[in-house]
Design a protein around this ligand. Structure first.
Ligand code: FRU
Length: 491
């Protein structure tokens, strides 16, 4: 179905309860609804927004177009949780309602201040010629969850030298002052991040551009996030316009980070190492982090990408968020581990120990649609070894280690309903290791693989037949020892 501008920018006030119910009925018939990931009730989800621990609960909002699987008028939808595992759908949080956010309440972030949660987001507007004009807008949520918009905009202009691609503020507090980074595009059409400062979250002063070594690195940087950890500064962002380079930058757009010295606010300098991708799979974009009461830095990403049709579109919805990952730094690199609370999902446990040699063996009685699995491979002489998941008559999703090339490989060529094939169906990433472990979360239509305790992560949507539930181990040209533990996830 082609969506007209009128359909994409229809206000929710005009939409009847019956229409929403009819949409939800179509969504609920979809065989690929997830069982333990945050997904939209109807329509399209994209970036995680406003992630915060506030008033004893985790709050996580997301970009939402309620009426269908397209990028129409964006709202913020609100979910919350006490344990990062079971999420309650709270409902609509921010709706476009005035001249500063008329064409979308775009991405932004949250920060607690004096018992309230401040939500800073980009109001997207379009003029008669459909040119965009961004405004940075503030809304405040009280302890009852009521959200009101403040006197907006709080940042009304784009500073000179930058285009109207200027959005996605991420706020933090440092020594009694508030800062925000905003994703920007210079007038010469290269991407960067700019910095603002405030002492009350309402009045903001432009500090300048964050100085990095990445002068010419894509045409736009979306969704920046800056934080400090272990006395190092980390800048996460999603650059658009990078060319594929070997196994890197294979998706339409990328998400990654640089680590270095904490930013020097006076000089705005961030000295840092190489840009590294956060996820080496297919469907990952626009991540956002928060710090919780336990002092953990937790990251959630959008498990999807713009400009790609997904098989669930025909059921009126698209995309979900990733599982929350706890971050740490090792040897100048971010390590990402599923948060410990995810163990709450575990139900029936099974385990097996096998030596596999020049064969593929089915793990009898392990069949499953939604599960967690840890597979540890050791004493390997095989040229390649790994797992086949969601195996059916003509389907399988392959996670393997290529010991010759020393690469982890995620192959969804035969995972089920095809999509996004023009971006390739295999992802690879270098990993020089003697033992290899995969901690894998499989939901109805996704897979997240944490390799060697979070050194690398591969995320991808897959759309297999419901009956494709087999699990196999294999080793080619040699042997490997495998220890497997699997837990059902009831959902
Ligand atoms: C990233 C993004 C953001 C923008 C939002 C709009 O996916 O393009 O830059 O704020 O989505 O939904």
């Amino acid at each position: 179905m082609e969506w007209t501008k009128e359909q994409r920018y229809r206000k929710m006030d005009d939409v009847t309860k019956e229409e929403i119910q009819a949409l939800a009925n179509i969504v609920n018939q979809c065989p690929w609804r997830q069982s333990f990931h945050i997904q939209p009730v109807t329509g399209l989800l994209n970036d995680p927004n406003g992630f915060a621990y506030f008033n004893g609960e985790y709050h996580l909002f997301y970009q939402w177009f309620p009426l269908g699987p397209v990028h129409g008028l964006k709202h913020w939808y609100h979910t919350k949780s006490t344990n990062l595992v079971n999420w309650e759908n709270v409902g609509m949080a921010i709706e476009p309602s005035n001249e500063f956010d008329s064409h979308g309440a775009y991405s932004g972030s949250a920060l607690e201040h004096e018992g309230k949660l401040y939500l800073l987001y980009t109001g997207n507007t379009r003029d008669q010629n459909w040119n965009r004009h961004p405004y940075q807008c503030l809304a405040v949520m009280n302890q009852n969850g009521d959200i009101i918009k403040m006197d907006n905009p709080v940042i009304g202009d784009v500073p000179s030298g930058y285009t109207d691609h200027f959005r996605d503020p991420k706020i933090w507090k440092q020594e009694d002052e508030f800062y925000t980074v905003i994703g920007a595009q210079r007038e010469n059409e290269t991407g960067c991040v700019v910095l603002y400062r405030s002492d009350n979250l309402v009045d903001w002063q432009f500090v300048g551009e964050m100085k990095t070594d990445l002068e010419n690195f894509g045409y736009m940087w979306e969704c920046p996030d800056y934080f400090e950890m272990d006395e190092q500064g980390v800048l996460i962002f999603s650059p658009q316009g990078l060319e594929a380079e070997g196994d890197a930058y294979q998706n339409i757009y990328q998400s990654g980070y640089v680590i270095g010295q904490p930013i020097d606010i006076e000089t705005k300098e961030l000295t840092h190492g190489h840009f590294l991708e956060l996820d080496r799979g297919f469907d990952f974009y626009a991540p956002q982090t928060t710090m919780d009461a336990k002092g953990r830095r937790i990251l959630v990403g959008w498990m999807g990408l713009p400009e790609i049709d997904y098989p669930t579109d025909k059921n009126g919805w698209a995309h979900c968020l990733t599982l929350p990952r706890e971050l740490s730094i090792k040897d100048g690199k971010l390590i990402q581990q599923p948060v410990d609370e995810l163990k709450l999902l575990r139900s029936e446990r099974m385990e097996a120990e096998k030596i596999v040699r020049n064969e593929a063996i089915t793990l009898e009685d392990f069949e499953s649609e939604t599960f967690e699995m840890i597979a540890e491979f050791s004493a390997s002489t095989a040229k390649e070894f790994g797992l086949e998941l969601r195996v059916g008559e003509n389907e399988k999703t392959v996670i393997k280690y290529d010991a010759v090339e020393k690469k982890v490989v995620f192959d969804r060529t035969h995972s089920g309903q095809p999509f996004a094939e023009k971006f390739g169906t295999v992802r690879k990433c270098k990993l020089d290791a003697k033992t290899v472990s995969f901690r894998i979360f499989v939901d109805t239509s996704s897979i997240e693989v944490f390799v060697n305790d979070g050194e690398e992560v591969f995320t991808g949507r897959i759309f297999p037949d419901k009956n494709s539930q087999g699990i196999r181990l294999f080793a080619n040209q040699g042997q490997t020892s495998v220890k497997v533990v699997k837990w059902e996830i009831a959902g």
